[in-house]
Design a protein around this ligand. Structure first.
Ligand code: CTP
Ligand code: ZN
Length: 153
């Protein structure tokens, strides 16, 4: 059997975000501010996965994501897995999970919301996960995926 495939290098230690929805790797890069890191970041987009599917992968060397960062990935790709790599081995595999409430990581899209004027931590209740719909605890503004992407950008 002869196969031709493109291999993306394994990393020594850090984080591999795998099974990202196809085409969403660049959004992950944006929300984790990976354009501002000094570590090596590898992005693979539209990689064949399974029989007919495609996925994206983001690898970040020497860095372990915080729980808030992992939840922010769930906002844009609920089926992603976060693999922690140490000495070339996967030492932990976490499924990203969207919590029922989201604190801090997002800004409210309502310019009049108190969270945009005072030192109040933002808080949103997740109403539906797919398609995404969240509601601001303070002003009750509803936000869908496109609104979330806009405030993240
Ligand atoms: N990986 C890596 N560097 C390593 C080890 C693993 O970049 N030193 C990557 C793999 O290429 C893969 C991901 O981390 O994209 C998860 O690795 P592994 O659990 O070994 O792969 P699978 O078993 O295919 O994972 P899953 O069951 O989650 O699909
Ligand atoms: Zn609000």
């Amino acid at each position: 059997m002869r196969t031709k495939e493109l291999k993306v290098s394994a990393i020594m230690d850090g984080t591999v975000i795998d099974h990202i929805a196809a085409g969403k790797a660049f959004t992950v890069v944006k929300i984790l501010h990976l354009d501002q890191t000094h570590e090596t970041v590898t992005i693979a987009s539209n990689v064949p996965s399974g029989v007919t599917g495609k996925k994206d992968i983001v690898k970040i060397e020497h860095r372990v994501l915080s729980p808030e960062e992992v939840s922010s990935i769930a906002l844009i790709s609920p089926n992603a897995t976060v693999n922690i790599i140490d000495d070339y081995e996967v030492v932990e595999k976490r499924l990203v999970e969207l919590p029922d409430t989201i604190e801090r990581i997002l800004r409210c899209s309502n310019p009049l919301c108190i969270t945009n004027h005072e030192e109040v931590r933002t808080r949103f209740n997740v109403e539906t996960k797919a398609p995404l719909a969240i509601r601001c605890h303070y002003c009750e503004r509803s936000m869908k995926e496109k609104d979330v992407l806009r405030v993240l950008g």
